[in-house]
Design a protein around this ligand. Structure first.
Ligand code: FAD
Length: 498
């Protein structure tokens, strides 16, 4: 069969979403051009080398147990990029607060029992932990449908936890830290819908969901480089340092070209795979998109600042677990640190320690001088593991990421966009796009890229749609609970609202 066709597809943005769309369409014979504003593919997961040959990344990225589509992709590409499943520790300025096991190694219990029973909490009293149980009603009620999003998006996660009488201490010491690292914002700034969706996907739905692996080097080197080679081998073009500023429409309202500074790329269909800030910048410059309210409404959305730091120390500091999450150090900022000697192949025999410390909702840190940031990082690390205090920093990298990650603020759902738009051949993808798959973060970005590719295939009737693996289905008792709640909600005397 001749797999070639002459449809030109322009994909804008080379993160997980754009690479996913570009790869699938190029394997289906489309003429794909992928335009990336940055110097490297990878988007928020990009990695690069400094002039001295040190590897840096825009933060360390974990791959959780439910990332079925990404795991299937790396198998298909014949890659072995990941570590084994890792345990993690949670610290506050008082010391260790929680240690998570590798859940799949323990007898599987019905959700949410394993999640509550198996981690060790040396300080958090049982009574506080038990106060989470009433929240199960909201977890069951939130089924990721449009209706559920509308119902829960109007209130903040903070209000939700109060309404369900979750103890103040459990909120402060368990749920808010998860929101800070999972949704990049404190509870009062997170939509309750997003909080329920994120917590269910990563932690609650099935006991194993919180198990995580990491790349054994930068994701750029281990996954994106070989993947981009495959895109190019399939005929796709990848052009970096191309910042798209407009999309041109013909008289019938179809997109026929993408403008990139002085260059114009003709197109039969366009996929935007840019984050919220990226789309806002395009809309600002685009006479055609500025006339459409769905696009001007995107200006109501927000994004969160993140700070990624990597430090090289002159000696070995023993770090009990490779991945660590921290709370209580800064009022509205969560942070994580990673033992790269344990995770990255290239640092195994390094004589000193290499640590990555990433700060989320880091607005107040981005303006600080490097020296002050380093001081803060070392102080915070020392509060967790005192031996960090004696080590000397011999090298470092600091990556400031302003307005980088999606902010799922209360009330934001109404402005988030689906993959189809009022321009019939312009499709959207990315981790902020509304879909019903149920995944989050990198996995969601990749899935929306495949969904956008499938919209193109559907429109032109050429090629085989990408196979998108659904999330593991709800456990039987969860399905029963959801049905029961739906039944009660449908009763004439049932209360409206949450
Ligand atoms: C520090 C940090 C830690 C994280 N940790 C995790 C984690 O552990 N696990 C996880 O799953 N997720 C994590 N995430 C989130 C994850 O990185 C994102 O969900 C995912 O990378 C989003 O992919 P995307 O393709 O939607 O967008 P992006 O990665 O943002 O890609 C969009 C691309 O579009 C390009 N672009 C923008 N505007 C234009 C334009 N006008 N023209 C051309 N190109 C343009 C950008 O340069 C970018 O390359 C983390 C994020 C950060 C910042």
């Amino acid at each position: 069969m001749n797999n070639q066709n002459h449809k030109r597809i322009i994909v804008v943005g080379a993160g997980w979403a754009g690479l996913g769309a570009a790869y699938h369409l190029s394997t289906q014979g489309y003429q794909v051009t992928l335009l990336e504003a940055g110097a490297y593919p990878g988007g928020l997961v990009a990695g690069w080398q400094t002039a001295e040959g040190r590897a840096l990344e825009a933060g360390i990225h974990g791959f959780w147990y439910p990332y079925r589509n990404i795991f299937a992709l790396v198998d298909h590409l014949g890659l072995k990029p990941f570590t084994d499943w890792t345990r993690s520790t949670q610290y506050s300025p008082k010391g260790v607060e929680a240690i998570s096991p590798i859940f799949q190694n323990l007898p599987r219990l019905p959700m949410p029992l394993g999640t509550f029973a198996y981690p060790q909490f040396p300080r958090l009293p049982l009574a506080d932990r038990l106060s989470a149980f009433p929240l199960i009603q909201a977890v069951l009620d939130f089924d990721n449908s449009d209706e559920a999003w509308r119902r829960y998006d109007g209130i903040s996660a903070r209000e939700l936890f109060r309404q369900y009488n979750v103890s103040e201490r459990l909120y402060r010491e368990a749920f808010e830290p998860m929101l800070l690292v999972g949704l990049f914002a404190p509870g009062e700034q997170c939509s309750a819908a997003a909080a329920l969706g994120m917590l269910y996907y990563f932690i609650l739905a099935h006991q194993n969901d919180f198990d995580v692996v990491w790349c054994r080097g930068t994701v750029g080197e281990k996954i994106f480089q070989p993947w981009c080679d495959r895109i190019q081998a399939s005929g796709g073009k990848l052009l970096t340092q191309r910042r798209v500023t407009d999309v041109r429409l013909d008289e019938s309202g179809r997109a026929n070209a993408v403008v990139c500074g002085d260059e114009v790329f003709e197109a039969d269909a366009v996929i935007f795979a840019v984050g919220i800030t990226g789309l806002q910048n395009i809309v600002r410059h685009s006479p055609s998109l500025r006339q459409r309210s769905e696009f001007t409404n995107v200006m109501n959305l927000g994004a969160v600042d993140v700070l990624a730091t990597r430090i090289w120390l002159d000696r070995k500091v023993p770090i009990p677990n490779p991945s660590n999450a921290c709370f209580g150090f800064h009022p509205t900022t969560g942070w994580t640190f990673f033992d790269l000697n344990a995770l990255h192949d290239s640092y195994w025999d390094e004589s000193g320690t290499v640590v990555e410390a990433d700060f989320y909702h880091a607005n107040q840190f981005l303006a600080m001088e490097d020296a002050d940031i380093l001081k803060m990082v070392q102080q915070d690390l020392t509060a967790c593991i005192p031996a960090f205090g004696e080590a000397k920093v011999v090298d470092y990298g600091i990556v400031r990421l302003p307005k980088a990650v999606t902010h799922f603020a209360p009330g934001s759902y109404r402005y988030l966009l689906p993959s189809t738009t009022s321009v019939p051949n312009l499709f959207l993808s990315g981790d902020w796009i509304v879909n019903r798959h149920g995944s989050w973060s990198q996995e969601k970005a990749y899935v929306t890229g495949l969904e956008a590719a499938n919209q193109v295939i559907d429109q032109f009737g050429h090629g085989t749609p990408a196979n998108i693996i659904p999330v593991e289905s709800d456990e039987a008792h969860v399905q029963m609970g959801r049905s029961l709640l739906r039944f009660v909600r449908a009763l004439p005397f049932a209360q409206r609202g949450i």
